[in-house]
Ligand binder design. Structure first.
Ligand SMILES: [Zn+2]
Length: 161
């Protein structure tokens, strides 16, 4: 896989898949999407925070997605999403700050796309969970929504951040 900081195995390994004997090998188009996810979001994020980023869930085949309770339309099925956290928990706030900066830069660029190149880091949806983050990017060539949500673990679901 062609990415600066990540290997394909980081996006495909899964304890659940191992236990259940599921083959979580991604098809070529999902590998392409994982590379795009790295180029568009994860590599620039990793570069900016200057420390390891741990992928806890990347690509999921249909059976694995069902096993972990993923949405049937999850971007994980396409290789366009990842759950991750910085190895150093103290860098969590830095991740959130960078994503908010990326959202602001992305919105400024979307308002005037002809005047400059797209920012390095773009995303479709970013969800802040108590112990990890979920990021999804739209396929290459599609618009990125730049939506940030915060998951409230007390039964109130997702809220705009
Ligand atoms: Zn996720």
């Amino acid at each position: 896989m062609n990415a600066k900081y990540f290997s394909l195995l980081e996006f495909t390994r899964s304890v659940t898949a191992n236990i259940r004997g599921l083959d979580n090998t991604p098809p070529a188009d999902a590998v392409y999407n994982l590379e795009w996810l790295c180029r568009r979001f994860l590599d620039p994020l990793r570069e900016a925070i200057g420390g390891p980023v741990i992928i806890s869930s990347g690509y999921r085949c249909r059976d694995l997605n069902t096993a972990v309770g993923g949405s049937p339309t999850s971007y994980h099925l396409l290789g366009l999403a990842a759950d991750f956290h910085p190895l150093d928990p103290e860098r969590r706030d830095a991740v959130i700050a960078l994503v908010k900066e990326a959202k602001a830069a992305g919105e400024a660029w979307k308002a005037h796309p002809d005047t400059s190149a797209a920012p390095d880091m773009m995303f479709n949806q970013f969800i802040i969970y108590p112990t990890f983050f979920h990021v999804a990017v739209s396929p290459e060539g599609s618009a990125q929504k730049l939506q940030i949500l915060r998951y409230n673990g007390f039964g109130q679901g997702y809220q705009k951040d």
